[in-house]
Design a protein around this ligand. Structure first.
Ligand SMILES: [Ca+2]
Ligand SMILES: [Ca+2]
Length: 304
């Protein structure tokens, strides 16, 4: 009988050990769901790109996100007339600058907009897309799909596909090739130079899109790159940034702490030059030195 009591107690203990954590987890999850304590923070922004335009004016593209896309919007500019399209009133209005006027495209991860009835043959357009994810995050506009095209029987989309550039270091050579896609002919690149748009000093952009040179000054530099093809028939721009960092000096500590005698001077371990490491002061510099009137002995100034 005692044996059965012991076995049943043992089994009960195992059962409790198994059930309690599971139940606790279930209850806490269930409770958290009711009270909304489990909150998922969606920090990944959606992206979108414009992939094609058909001869009938149907613009298509894609969008992606970790949580899902809720909508894709477009903004269209008619460069030939200085107009922008107001998708809400379905009319072209004068473009005096200012923010984009967004209107909805059809679809989400794969989207399209039939612009056939609003485009004019021979006109040049700029097209921008932006996606919103299901957590209501907007696409970062500096990474938005942006392209230009001339509407013709064989329209093509020109887009800059370089979104970011690596940092550089003062005094070290730098070389990065910019990239673009779409349309026939060779790419021609230049920097749109205006106040606040310049490459780091020491760097240049070649007409083939190579940023190269040796940076001379630290800082973060924003600039507008322009690419065009076929005598400016196709042209598009993008804002890019390069950060130039200072030279990182690598060094080793010649000492860690304490003092020592050097001739008749008592020296203190410290940082006496331009690097970040510790060293003994130069005996001739006198920096950090304490004169030992009666000379040094056993790493100490000698007594009189
Ligand atoms: Ca997201
Ligand atoms: Ca030093």
């Amino acid at each position: 009988m005692k044996k059965w009591v012991a076995i049943s107690l043992f089994l009960s203990l195992i059962l409790i050990l198994l059930i309690v954590p599971v139940s606790a987890g279930w209850f806490s999850d269930f409770f958290a769901k009711i009270t909304g304590k489990i909150t998922y923070t969606d920090t990944i922004l959606p992206t979108s790109s414009i992939t094609s335009i058909s001869s009938s004016g149907v613009i298509s593209g894609t969008a992606s996100d970790d949580a899902g896309i809720s909508k894709v919007e477009l903004a269209i500019y008619d460069y030939s007339n200085g107009l922008r399209y107001d998708g809400n009133s379905n009319q072209w209005i004068l473009w005096y600058g200012g923010s984009h006027i967004w209107f909805l495209a059809s679809g989400t991860t794969s989207w399209s907009f039939n612009a056939g009835n609003i485009l004019t043959l021979g006109h040049q357009y700029e097209l921008v897309s932006r996606a919103t994810d299901t957590s209501n995050n907007l696409q970062n506009l500096s990474r938005s799909g942006s392209t230009t095209f001339t509407y013709s029987s064989t329209p093509c989309l020109l887009a800059i596909t370089t979104f970011s550039l690596p940092n550089g270091i003062v005094g070290s050579s730098y070389s990065q090739q910019l990239s673009a896609s779409g349309c026939s002919g060779s790419y021609n690149w230049y920097i749109d130079e205006y106040a606040g748009s310049s490459l780091p000093s020491g760097l240049t952009l070649s007409s083939s899109g190579l940023i190269s040179g040796t940076p001379t000054t630290t800082g973060t530099y924003n600039f507008m790159v322009v690419v065009y093809k076929d005598q400016y028939s196709y042209i598009t721009t993008k804002q890019l940034t390069i950060t130039i960092n200072p030279v990182t000096i690598t060094c080793t500590n010649d000492c860690s702490s304490g003092t020592r005698c050097s001739g008749s001077y008592l020296q203190t371990c410290g940082n006496y030059d331009s690097d970040t490491c510790l060293e003994w002061p130069l005996s001739t510099s006198g920096l950090g030195n304490q004169f030992c009137t009666f000379g040094c002995s056993n790493n100490q100034c000698q007594a009189a």
